[in-house]
Design a protein around this ligand. Structure first.
Ligand SMILES: [Zn+2]
Length: 316
């Protein structure tokens, strides 16, 4: 598969999906001023601190055996550039690779930039550039798959460190960034915990694998609802999968996971439902005069996803 017109349309459209600020409780611990290494460290800590919170919420419904599994689950942050996360159910270990967190960070930055400036062209072009870099890795397996070789979004739009940091520190950008990044991380951890709680074993075939992944996604959405986060804001993590492995959308039946676009759609629909069930969120929409525009936004986001599904995306 080569990067082409379909891909440009794909990534241009991704930037259109979902821009909304909300009254959702977001952590104020994050500082927009942190260096990349500090941000990654902080995410590792965020993951650790959220787990007990999730445990407390689901403990009442757990069997003694589940409680025992739960008490043993450990999160390990792997400091390499692999764009992945995994659950090792037998060993009660969840692994989150820093490469995935970094990809999410860059995607979230691009989306926050688009939201704040109204410029969706540059983020779309950046995603296309990332996809082309990844294509090159694939065609040359010997080349180091070092994410460090990929230009960050800030570098791509020629903002120096100081400019980017002050941009990140503006409230609109910072809030959008925090909501999407925290929600994406919560979804990721919730998904991997889902594999643990459902005691998933190595699947016998691809269809069984996709079924287990959908079940884990469902657990992630439920855990998010219970912890006050909405799956509506989880697109960055799924965009990271879509960009890194575009064939998963084109050839779902040959994939271990459901198509990323389908997962985004489920999270948007379910997340919007969850948000609208929340009286505080409805009040926020009413007070800010956004009731109609929120509905329009949901419809626009879902439509944007549909346009990505046009059949002539290109053949391998
Ligand atoms: Zn999974």
């Amino acid at each position: 598969m080569s990067g082409g017109a379909w891909r440009r349309r794909l990534y241009g459209s991704f930037i259109f999906v979902i821009f909304l600020t909300s009254s959702l409780a977001i952590s104020d611990e994050i500082s927009a001023q942190k260096s990349s290494a500090e941000v990654l460290e902080w995410y590792g800590q965020l993951l650790e601190t959220q787990i007990p919170k999730i445990r407390d919420l689901i403990r009442p419904n757990m069997t003694a055996e589940e409680r025992e599994i739960d008490a043993r689950v450990r999160i390990r942050v792997i400091r390499d550039d692999v764009n992945n996360a995994a659950a090792f159910v037998g060993n009660s270990i969840i692994e989150i690779h820093v490469g995935l967190v970094r990809a999410m960070d860059m995607i979230t930055s691009a989306r926050a930039y688009a939201m704040a400036t109204g410029d969706r062209t540059a983020p779309g072009e950046w995603l296309t550039y990332v996809a082309e870099e990844i294509d090159q890795w694939r065609s040359n397996p010997k080349q180091a798959r070092d994410l460090g070789n990929i230009q960050s979004f800030a570098t791509f739009v020629e903002m120096d460190k100081a400019e980017w940091e002050s941009f990140r520190a503006t409230p609109a950008v910072g809030q959008q960034f925090d909501i999407e990044m925290n929600s994406s991380l919560m979804w990721l951890v919730g998904h991997e915990l889902g594999h643990h709680f459902l005691k998933h074993k190595r699947p016998s075939d691809l269809s069984k694998s996709r079924e287990q992944e959908e079940q884990a996604d469902e657990i992630a959405r439920r855990l998010m609802r219970d912890t006050g986060y909405s799956p509506y804001f989880t697109s960055p993590v799924l965009i990271a999968f879509a960009v890194w492995e575009p064939e998963a959308d084109l050839y779902e039946s040959a994939s271990t996971h459901p198509a990323p676009l389908t997962r985004i759609e489920h999270n948007l629909r379910n997340g919007a439902e969850q948000l609208l069930e929340d009286p505080d969120f409805r009040l926020y929409l009413r007070d800010t005069g956004q009731e109609a525009s929120f509905q329009e936004q949901i419809a626009a986001d879902l439509k944007a996803l549909q346009t990505l599904r046009l059949p002539n995306w290109g053949a391998p």
